[in-house]
Design a protein. Structure first.
Length: 150
């Protein structure tokens, strides 16, 4: 039988996980900075940085979904519907505000009330799909943990 070249105990694995988490967060923040710099300072067209933005978005959503599913720490059945609705409304408000600030203030485009309503509906639809997906993963994760405990 061959020996493993690296024998890591639980403490070493925890240190390794902390290092990986720190480097992951640094990478995510750096990518956000790069996309923002290209978009708002260099005024590059979206085709120049869209691939990085899509990769960043998919990576963050996959990480959140995996965390909710694997840990099972969020039990959706214990939340009140009112709290979920208030959180969703806040998320939509932040998304709409960011989008309006981006187009009206930073990019200097004129927005009509029709544009604002279009932005609102797009943000509501996308946020709704994301929320449903994350809620489903959280529910499945909590069910998985309950089955493992039994």
């Amino acid at each position: 039988m061959t020996k493993k070249p690296f024998k890591l105990d639980e403490r070493d694995l925890n240190i390794f996980r902390k290092i990986c988490t720190t480097l992951y967060l640094i990478t995510i923040y750096t990518l956000v900075g790069i996309v923002s710099y290209r978009q708002f300072v260099l005024h590059q067209p979206s085709a120049e940085w869209n691939d990085i933005a899509m990769l960043l978005t998919i990576n963050i959503l996959a990480t959140l979904g995996a965390y909710l599913y694997i840990t099972g720490v969020v039990d959706i059945r214990k939340f009140k519907f009112r709290h979920v609705l208030i959180g969703f409304a806040g998320f939509v408000a932040v998304g709409v505000a960011f989008t309006i600030i981006k187009y009206a203030v930073i990019l200097g485009q004129d927005l009509s009330w029709g544009d604002v309503w279009d932005i609102l509906w797009i943000v509501v639809k996308i946020s709704g799909l994301l929320a449903l997906g994350l809620i489903l993963l959280a529910y499945l994760g909590s069910r998985r943990i309950e089955k493992q405990i039994e």
